[in-house]
Design a protein. Structure first.
Length: 257
């Protein structure tokens, strides 16, 4: 399924434009080829660094992918490049292509305003689902709950107890309330609505209300898609859980409604 369904691909300045910033030629070529296939009707511009951004000024830029290129989050170059991008294309979402699966890194990168964090271990189907989510205005991370938790507990070397996920402020990047984070954690474990209600001392109605809010924020249609995005497992409770082996195929995010 294409991420974008539009007119045949052309080079008009009015066409949606995607920018691929990737240092390595092979990786850049593969990403461009994939986006040209999936983003039908889009112009795809590729470049080695942000020094080429001026080539796209004046175009309708709707997506920018940026290579993390082995940099740590403390690198001065990453914030500088993000600032260059925002200066020219303030409305375009930025997705980072990482070379690490470290969720503490993901949490820090997302707090910089990046809308997507794509790791090298995710399958292509999930990556495409993540792009749909980013294009729809959402935030994609392959394991958002662990990113939240790692971001909260990353600085607990002083011997103090790490903050709980529900109480930590870092979950704000996903715009979830503390109680929604609790519900998300249970969903990821495959818990049914009844189990969630019992564990969190909530009514069934309140659990359903939190689920509706979560689905709206994640731009998905049902709890199966929520679990697919979180990489969770089914609990066999008959409440719409998804088996681990079917996580990717169950994902069907709608980028344009």
């Amino acid at each position: 399924m294409s991420i974008y369904s539009g007119t045949p691909r052309h080079n008009s300045g009015s066409a949606p434009t995607g920018i691929v910033i990737q240092h390595h030629t092979l990786a850049r070529t593969v990403i461009v080829t994939l986006l040209e296939r999936e983003l039908v009707g889009w112009n795809i511009i590729d470049m080695v660094s942000t020094e080429g951004l001026d080539r796209a000024v004046g175009l309708d830029v709707r997506l920018i992918t940026l290579d993390l290129a082995g940099r740590c989050v403390g690198s001065r170059s990453l914030p500088a490049e993000l600032a260059e991008i925002r200066e020219r294309f303030s409305d375009a979402p930025v997705a980072v292509l990482a070379d690490t699966d470290d969720m503490a890194t993901a949490a820090e990168v997302l707090k910089m305003g990046v809308r997507g964090f794509f790791t090298p271990s995710i399958r292509i189907e999930l990556a495409l689902a993540g792009l749909r989510l980013v294009l729809a205005g959402g935030i994609f991370c392959p394991d958002p709950l662990r990113a939240i938790k790692d971001g909260v507990g990353a600085n607990d070397d002083d011997g103090q107890e790490p903050q709980s996920v529900a109480r930590g402020s870092e979950f704000a990047f996903a715009n979830f309330t503390p109680r929604e984070v609790d519900v998300l954690a249970e969903l990821r474990c495959g818990s049914s609505n009844k189990v969630i209600a019992d564990k969190l001392h909530l009514s069934d109605h309140t659990v359903k209300m939190h689920l509706q809010h979560i689905m709206r924020k994640l731009q998905v249609q049902n709890r199966t898609e929520v679990v697919a995005l979180l990489g969770g497992r089914s609990g066999g409770g008959g409440n719409g859980g998804v088996a681990a082996g079917n996580v990717v195929s169950a994902t069907s995010f709608r980028a344009f409604r």
